[in-house]
Design a protein. Sequence first.
Length: 74
Amino acid sequence: MREWTPSGALVSQVEITSTTVQRGDIIQVGGRACRVRDLFQLPQGAKQLLFESGELLTIHPRTQLVAVRMSRRR
């Protein structure tokens, strides 16, 4: 799903894993939208996500989540 937004950014829903998650991705956790502020690589392919709210989420390499990703229009 891609939508045009007035700011010139494209918004798309993407399926993410620990290898494809990026800073700025918005993930819904417990009914709340959380934006990824930073990522930390953990052993065996896991990643720890630090959200803008200060909360942490650790994801396993086989974890699949849906995120909203914004990208600049080129």
